[in-house]
Ligand binder design. Sequence first.
Ligand code: CO
Length: 150
Amino acid sequence: MALRDIVKDPDPVLRRHSRPVEVFDAKLGKLLDDMRETMLAADGVGLAAPQVGLLRRVAVIETEDGYFEFINPAIVASSGSQRGAEGCLSVPGKSATVVRPMKVTVEYFDRKGKKHKEEFEGWTARACCHEFDHLDGVLYYDKAEKEGNA
Ligand code: CO
């Protein structure tokens, strides 16, 4: 495994759309391993591939619910809402209040190309919303409440 450099705002790569993964190979596994190591070293909850400069629909999340790898994720259902503080490894030293769904149902593929459908809630649901937004070039402060905005 290897640490990768985290791209910082306003690098334009953070504003581009990522392409779906089509090949589930060893290179993808290495990317995921590197992303997890990079996320943990930075004390982050999640990391999306554009944050290491790769425009692929890949994200990793580690919360009290466990460690998750998402490839080509899609939120297919959501319910409720939660209001809370959010930050981003690509926007260091800042945070803002963002309203997110309390529960999300996510369809995604694992590193072997197997499809999953799983429900997440609370902090993990928030992390899913935040990380998947990165895959469409959206940063959390785009959706933040105006007062105390980053
Ligand atoms: Co982020």
